[in-house]
Design a protein. Structure first.
Length: 243
């Protein structure tokens, strides 16, 4: 059984088909990439999975259960967590406070919540910054904090929406190691990313959507050499340089 199944999901906003009849199946333990041009419908599809938008048509299943009509907080309780393109921590609160916000979905005991948050910060290499205000973090550390807050909910599946955007190459490599570590801990990962060297190195499988439709799905090698993907998204320069 797939960990996450997206069956014939469409999301329309008036006459705009932001997502159009997309089918995806993500197996437990996979890192599954989602790529496509800006405006292709990637974040809208994430929002349909996470309960932000109800699909116009289609269904979403998690571990065989239909979660299509669930609210975001109920989906989080089911152990699906997500990050956002634009990180928005509580700037005037500490790193520890921000992380504890996620842990409260698992416990109402402040001491237990603090212990869970500290454990996550250790894994995210942020424990030494637990008492810093979030406003004083670098962009790279804010990205780590966004990951920490999601991981503090103790998810089985993590949806990452461009978590490497705006980072320097060495910072991207560090986040890649963190994400692989999260997968190795037993979390299945569904990731949107525009940094091609990152998504190609990270993913077990990749789907490409264009104008809301899935045009290709396969291994990174299969996707990167597909003529439809090159024409719609990567461009001939990607293949020529091997980037």
């Amino acid at each position: 059984m797939a960990k996450l199944e997206i069956k014939n999901v469409s999301k329309h906003f008036g006459g705009l088909k932001a997502v159009d009849q997309v089918d995806l199946s993500i197996e437990e333990g996979q890192i599954f990439g989602l790529i496509g041009p800006n405006g292709a419908g990637k974040s809208t599809l994430f929002n349909c999975v996470a309960g932000v938008y109800p699909p116009t048509y289609g269904q979403v299943f998690f571990k065989g259960d239909d979660i299509t009509a669930m609210k975001p907080w109920d989906i989080c309780k089911r152990r699906i967590a997500r990050t956002f393109q634009l990180v928005k921590p509580f700037k005037m609160k500490t790193v520890l406070y921000n992380t504890m916000v996620g842990s409260y979905i698992r416990s109402t005991n402040p001491a237990e919540v603090r212990d869970m948050a500290l454990d996550v910060l250790e894994k995210m290499h942020l424990a030494d910054k637990k008492d810093l205000l979030a406003k004083n973090l670098t962009i790279a550390d804010r990205k780590r904090l966004e990951l920490a807050r999601a991981m503090a909910t103790n998810p089985e599946m993590l949806l990452l929406d461009e978590c490497m955007a705006g980072l320097r190459p060495n910072e991207v490599d560090e986040i890649l190691d963190v994400i692989r570590g999260i997968r190795d801990s037993g979390v299945t990962i569904f990731v949107i990313e525009h940094i091609m060297r990152a998504i190609m190195a990270l993913s077990d499988r990749i789907a490409v959507i264009h104008f809301g439709e899935k045009i290709v799905e396969g291994t990174p090698q299969e996707v990167s050499t597909d003529e439809r993907v090159i024409k719609a998204y990567l461009g001939d320069g990607y293949v020529a340089t091997g980037n």
